[in-house]
Design a protein around this ligand. Structure first.
Ligand SMILES: Cc1cc2nc3c(=O)[nH]c(=O)nc-3n(C[C@H](O)[C@H](O)[C@H](O)COP(=O)(O)OP(=O)(O)OC[C@H]3O[C@@H](n4cnc5c(N)ncnc54)[C@H](O)[C@@H]3O)c2cc1C
Ligand code: SF4
Length: 853
């Protein structure tokens, strides 16, 4: 019997899934299928569209196995739009005039990017962000302009897509500002608290944000193209390019014109089996109005595709049972996720919130009224717990929910043993049990194999940490060693990658990816790691060229972001020593810029409340007064704290200050897997609390004792004795080797204490390497540290000398001279502090506190 004929209109993500599922399951070949695609290429991964700006080619974005399209029962018509459906005759006509009869028709036409009606929307330089052609055109436009002048980009819309688009502009080297109509970013997914934290994180990337800003028109430049955008309050912002990310609307025109019922807000109405009122026509994906709404996410579309295939193959009762609308932002350096009942709309719902404004973290879990069942959550700044928590929605959490919100993915939280039926990958509807089965029964022993076999993690990728964890646990049960790959883009661990980069002498991220990457252009796990590795293997300024795009958080502006969006400035005061002139200069800077000053635990002065545009001015003054960057923002050496030592102290047996100054100047600027702190005490009384530091030195009658692996923070550790009574030269050599061995071999974001535990043999193992040269690498370590000392340059001084780097220090990238009006301060104890929300409402609307500048 001849196969029946299926026509699918639209060659997008859901169409691809449908055809793939049909060919997988229709082993008897009862259906042949024709896909009519308006775009000129095979279906591609729209979810990963933004990775095009990180170097992924259209081919890299292709979905599934290309052999699908060579199947004799499948034909793909590209670059030809379907223009009419005759439901009576059951025929589809395409723009070129060809006709395609069908036994069953599936509409999978997706959505289009909605552009609000406004003057100037048709000007050259206004783009939407939906297709590969859109992003290719955007890239071409920005690159062309960039040859003439710095490009200023404005994104209309502060949702998921708008932020991705802003990240894309940033990746293209343009200055991006996001204009959001609502009170906060991603208002559909996160609450106000989360939105505020998110704004600060986005600002850290150098991307400007204006909330409650409605764009009314786009004005032309006198040379043609876009020149400015005008807001409802009359403000005008300079803009060379505008990306509209204001939402999507279903492409339901074929349904409308062929007389199918359309939903109240658009979309072809279907029932739970994805059928329209016509038994020969289904609709799937974003164009389908199912259970009263169109859903702009891929996972529900995939479910609809599976349901439709089931029906086509005569399977009885497959129905669509609802959508998981959990989302995770894909913007490097900004970790945001929202899942379940994120806004606590369930009656009686309780909210457990943990916020660290300084660290830019906001986390909230929504629990049932007895605080046991997880209903949803919002994670901003640290979404590491997302993959683990999302599948637990609707289930009881063991223990105190607050434990899941503590830093680094809920250190101290009970380990969640996910039940087999818990959904892990919502895009592809893969359960924990399916992953366990793939590992245990189907021989999938690495991440790539598990992905290929189950499809888990092949769409948005946000479940990958959990997939990896489940796989590791299952491999452990089988007695198989677990891969230590850095992430899916590098099969090497951080330590292996470090060695590979150093030995091969590669100097750029592009080269690293080409030589050692598995595929793609990296992610927010591997990009900052490579930046940190290159900083010690091929030193260059953190903001040089491609390196600027790899940096994490505060490194982007070489300052520490504060809770109100301002920055703090910390000049180095090696060993905590400062001259009266230096103190006066710091005081004058703080006074003249209206900064709040505080002595830090690391014995220096922190100045708070600087606007981004003030940073270069402040640093010019500090550098003129003989200061340099204190690297308070970097994963690098922070301070060497010292007591007053034998010079002044009656008990001191060694000059702890002189040693601390020498060590701080030696290791300043050393980039590392995490921050490093040192301390030096002049006698056993330990006034510098050196044993709380990564490296602590305590004077003895015969020289110096050196301790390693001390940490403060959430899991404080006392440093342990590495060596006793060393003379100064041996001490310095020992610390050199210890630090570089750590830099070379520690995992990403691993502090010295857990690293020592991981080294084979623990502290003994470390001692064998740095004291006895058991690996034969000490000469190399010594040489590398000597080179580091020679290569050091002050990052801030170099920045002030470079007009290109200075361009990133503007409050509003579109109006570089306009200070950020959302910063507001009130006096307290003779200084200023950020205004509270209530005070701010008055201050921002009315008078602002006078601050000298
Ligand atoms: C930048 C970006 C990031 C995203 N990130 C995420 C994410 O993280 N998570 C998530 O779940 N979703 C995300 N999405 C949304 C996701 O891409 C969509 O939900 C998904 O692509 C919908 O699939 P679809 O097949 O219904 O529509 P589409 O993928 O849009 O495909 C529809 C196709 O039909 C074609 N077409 C339309 N009309 C016709 C016609 N008359 N004739 C022929 N062809 C036609 C269109 O040209 C298009 O190629 C993102 C979208 C974008 C743009
Ligand atoms: S540690 Fe010893 S030398 Fe240093 S200040 Fe304290 S007592 Fe004095």
């Amino acid at each position: 019997m001849d196969p029946r004929h299926l026509v699918v209109v639209g060659g997008g993500m859901v169409a691809q899934r449908l055809v793939e599922a049909l060919r997988d399951r229709d082993t008897d070949g009862t259906w042949s299928v024709t896909v009519l695609a308006e775009e000129p290429r095979r279906p591609y991964d729209r979810v990963a569209l933004t990775s095009y700006f990180n170097g992924r080619s259209p081919e890299d974005l292709s979905l599934g196995d290309p052999a699908l399209w060579d199947d004799p029962l499948v034909s793909l018509v590209r670059g030809d739009k379907a223009v009419a459906v005759d439901r009576e005759a059951r025929v589809v006509t395409v723009a070129s005039g060809r006709t395609f009869p069908y036994d069953h028709l599936v509409l999978a036409t997706g959505s289009y990017a909605w552009v609000p009606p406004m003057e100037g929307a048709d000007l050259d330089g206004v783009f939407v962000y939906r297709t590969l052609d859109d992003v290719a055109a955007l890239r071409g436009y920005v690159n062309n302009l960039a040859e003439e002048r710095p490009v200023r980009g404005v994104v209309l819309g502060g949702g998921l897509l708008g932020l991705e688009a802003a990240g894309a502009l940033d990746a293209l080297g343009a200055r991006a500002t996001v204009l959001q109509v609502d009170t906060h970013l991603m208002s559909a997914q996160v609450d106000l608290g989360g939105g505020e934290a998110l704004r600060r994180l986005v600002n850290r990337l150098g991307i400007g944000v204006r909330t409650q800003s409605m764009t009314t028109r786009v004005l032309p430049h006198r040379r043609g193209g876009v020149g400015r955008v005008e807001l409802a309050d009359g403000t005008r912002l300079d803009a060379d390019v505008v990306v509209v990310a204001a939402g999507v609307r279903p492409r339901d025109e074929l349904g409308r014109e062929s007389g199918l019922p359309i939903g109240p807000r658009g979309g072809v109405v279907v029932d739970d089996s994805c059928l329209t009122v016509d038994p020969h026509v289904s609709a799937v994906g974003e164009v389908a109005c199912i259970q009263g709404a169109c859903i702009g996410l891929v996972a529900p579309g995939y479910t609809m595709a599976e349901v439709t295939v089931d029906r086509l193959l005569g399977g009885g009762g497959a129905v669509y049972t609802g959508a998981d609308t959990a989302t995770k932002l894909k913007l490097a350096g900004v970790d945001v996720a929202s899942f379940g009942d994120a806004f606590a709309r369930t009656p009686g719902a309780l909210e457990v919130v943990w916020a660290d404004p300084v660290g830019g973290v906001y986390k909230k879990l929504v629990m049932s009224d007895d605080a046991r069942t997880l209903l949803g959550g919002v994670l901003v700044g640290d979404a590491s717990a997302y993959a683990m928590l999302r599948p637990m929605v609707g289930r009881e959490l063991p223990g105190d929910p607050a434990a899941f919100l503590l830093p680094e993915g809920g250190a101290g939280a009970p380990d969640l043993e996910l039940p087999d039926d818990a959904g892990v990958c919502s895009c592809n509807n893969v359960s924990a049990g399916a992953i366990r089965h793939a590992v245990a029964e189907e021989g999938c022993h690495d991440l790539g194999a598990v992905k290929a076999c189950t499809r888990a993690g092949t769409s948005c990728g946000s479940c990958l940490p959990l997939v990896k964890k489940l796989m590791a646990a299952e491999l452990g049960k089988l007695g198989i060693t677990v891969s230590s790959a850095l992430c899916e883009h590098f099969a090497l661990s951080r330590a292996q990658l470090y060695d590979a980069i150093r030995v091969a002498g590669v100097r750029t991220f592009t080269e690293v990816v080409e030589r050692f990457g598995t595929h793609g252009r990296g992610c927010d796990i591997c990009r900052p790691v490579v930046a940190s590795i290159l900083a010690t293997t091929a030193p260059a300024h953190v903001l040089d060229g491609e390196r600027a795009t790899l940096q994490d958080t505060n490194d982007h502006v070489m300052a520490n972001l504060q809770k109100d969006g301002s920055y703090s400035v910390v000049p180095r005061m090696a060993g905590g020593e400062v001259t009266p002139e230096g103190l006066i200069a710091v005081g004058e800077v703080a006074r003249d810029f209206g900064l709040y000053t505080k002595i830090t635990g690391g014995q220096r002065v922190d100045m708070f409340g600087a606007r981004i545009d003030q940073l270069p001015l402040i640093w010019q003054r500090l550098i003129d007064a003989g200061f340099e960057s204190g690297h308070a923002y970097g994963k690098s050496l922070r301070t060497v704290k010292s007591c007053v030592g034998s010079t002044w102290c009656r008990f001191g047996v060694q000059d702890s200050v002189a040693l601390a100054v020498m060590l701080e100047l030696r290791y300043r600027g050393l980039r590392s897997p995490h921050k490093i702190k040192l301390g030096v005490s002049g006698c056993a009384r330990e006034c510098a609390e050196a044993r709380g530091k990564d490296v602590g030195v305590i004077a003895t009658d015969n020289g110096w004792n050196v301790y390693v692996g001390g940490n403060g923070g959430f899991t404080p550790r006392h440093a342990r004795l590495l060596a006793e009574d060393l003379d100064t030269e041996t001490l310095v050599r020992t610390i050199d080797r210890f630090l570089l061995y750590y830099v070379r071999t520690a995992d990403r974001l691993q502090r010295t204490a857990p690293w020592i535990e991981d080294v084979e043999g623990g502290l003994e193992g470390v001692r064998a390497v740095v004291m006895d040269d058991s690996l034969g690498i000490c000469a190399d370590l010594d040489e590398q540290m000597a080179q580091h000392v020679v290569d050091y340059e002050d990052e801030w001084r170099a920045t002030l000398d470079d007009p290109e780097k200075l361009k990133r220090f503007a409050s509003f990238v579109n109006a570089p001279d306009v200070p950020d009006p959302s910063l507001a301060y009130v006096p307290e104890r003779g200084q200023v502090r950020p205004a509270t929300a209530d005070e701010r409402a008055v201050l921002v609307a009315g008078t602002t506190l006078e601050v000298r500048s």
